[in-house]
Ligand binder design. Structure first.
Ligand code: PLP
Length: 436
């Protein structure tokens, strides 16, 4: 006898009954997803969607990718989990691949299970290496949900307790569209980066352990620093004895087009790099990369039970091989350009689109009351309507930004032009419907 398949409503009802109420879902009626293939997912009622959010920028080479699945299946049959107490080939191979792919002199890897844990490890490493405690993070930045990560994170919405780690100091974000100093680039002379010197001189002991910066602020709504910001900000942090932690959790693995890492667009070498999300096409693993000298500073014991899980590491190896074999960095760059051009055309058409920003296949639209009339009041209601309208037409996209008024458009790196065109058409129709 075959079991009766549940409906989307039944799955959602059970999910809502048992999960924490804080486990938010998109849409008035959530999309309960039963299966996925490539850039498409299907709900429990059989409805198909074009997925331009990919499990929050995680499914980098497409749902149920055949190469990743084959490697994962073989690994499951061979060995599941033993921890990094025992050397295994998938773990050693992944470490080698990451070191070869990493910019600069990062040649040691620590595996853990989430972006939160990677950021936590990186900050502890900076403190152990420098012997100092204070760390610079960015307003609008996101690091995750542990106590330290919540303290690093600068979005009230993601904090349930006040800043617990007093050593974290928040610099202004390089958020040109809403410049914290009311200036414009380039005449601002990067005031927001220069201000980091003032932050260090006035709120710290005068020397810092380091700074953690995302090359593009993901949860912050794809806020993209202007040219030169990263270089100047890192120079100032180094002048005061700190190291640079680059958080590539969202921007890594080809997301920004043409390059493996977001930081490669900036001409700056990180001392520590954290990564998660797209690393294993949806399997849980994260990594911290650093130099041998910095890694040596961790004198205590160090084990993350699920870090270096063989199945996740095998999936990551297959993801990296797929990106190389199928030239997905190039596709990300080419398709990113098509997407960006289409979004700019929408901006010219709809006054509610205030800003288009991002790189490669990481593009955001900030929605405001009326850009043409100079009214940049965040338009949260329209953003929510846009989500509903795009869903109605079979397109899944994400939302972000401090005010919740940024649409995040981030398909898998395998996306073909026809699907970018389809998504742009749906967005156009949805803007027409939502702003009527
Ligand atoms: C830039 C950045 N860092 C860290 C994290 C935390 O990752 P995780 O949710 O895997 O703990 C996230 C998650 O969205 C992120 O975007």
């Amino acid at each position: 006898m075959t079991e009766k398949k549940p409906s989307s409503a039944e799955v959602t009802a059970k999910f809502k009954q048992y999960l924490f109420p804080s486990n938010a879902t998109y849409y008035a009626e959530p999309v309960a997803i039963e299966s996925g293939k490539g850039t498409h997912v299907r709900d429990y009622d059989g409805r198909e969607y074009l997925d331009f959010f990919g499990g929050i920028l995680t499914v980098s080479v497409g749902h149920a990718n055949e190469r990743v699945n084959a490697v994962v299946r073989a690994q499951i049959e061979r060995l599941g989990h033993v921890s990094t107490m025992y050397p295994t080939l998938p773990v050693a191979d992944l470490a080698e691949k990451l070191v070869k792919l990493a910019p600069g002199k990062l040649d040691k890897v620590f595996f853990c299970a989430s972006g939160t844990e990677a950021d936590e490890t990186a900050v502890a490493l900076a403190q152990a290496h420098t012997g100092r405690q204070e760390v610079i993070a960015l307003r609008h930045g996101y690091s995750g949900r542990s106590m330290l990560a919540q303290s690093l994170t600068a979005h009230a919405k993601f904090r349930i307790v006040s800043t617990q780690v007093a050593a974290v100091k928040h610099a202004h974000a390089p958020y040109c569209y809403r410049c914290p100093f009311g200036l414009s680039y380039p005449s601002c002379e990067l005031k927001c980066a220069q201000d980091i010197e003032d932050l260090i001189q006035t709120t710290t002991v005068g020397q810092v352990a380091g700074a953690i910066f995302e090359p593009i602020l993901g949860v912050g709504g794809f806020v993209t620093p202007p040219p030169g910001w990263m270089k100047l900000a890192v120079e100032i942090v180094k002048k005061y004895g700190g190291i640079f932690i680059c958080d590539e959790v969202q921007t890594g693995f080809g997301r920004t087009g043409g390059k493996m890492w977001g930081i490669e667009h900036e001409g700056v070498e990180p001392d520590v790099m954290t990564m998660a999300k797209g690393i294993a096409n949806g399997y849980p693993v994260s990594a911290v990369l650093t130099t041998a000298a910095i890694a040596d500073a961790w004198k205590g014991g160090n084990i993350s039970t699920f870090g270096g899980n063989t199945i996740s590491c095998a999936a990551a190896n297959a993801t990296i091989d797929t990106i190389a074999r199928d030239k997905l960095l190039q596709n990300g760059s080419a398709m990113g350009n098509v997407l960006r051009e289409g979004l700019e055309a929408l901006k010219a058409k709809y006054p509610g689109i205030g800003d288009v920003r991002g790189r490669g296949l990481m593009q955001g639209l900030e929605l405001v009351r009326d850009e043409k009339a100079g009214d940049r009041t965040p338009s949260v209601e329209t953003t929510l309507r846009l989500l509903e309208e795009t869903k109605k037409r079979g397109l899944l996209i994400g939302r972000g930004g401090l005010y919740g008024n940024v649409l995040r458009v981030a398909p898998a790196l395998i996306v073909p032009k026809a699907e970018i065109d389809e998504a742009l058409k749906i967005l156009d129709e949805s803007f027409a419907a939502a702003t009527r």
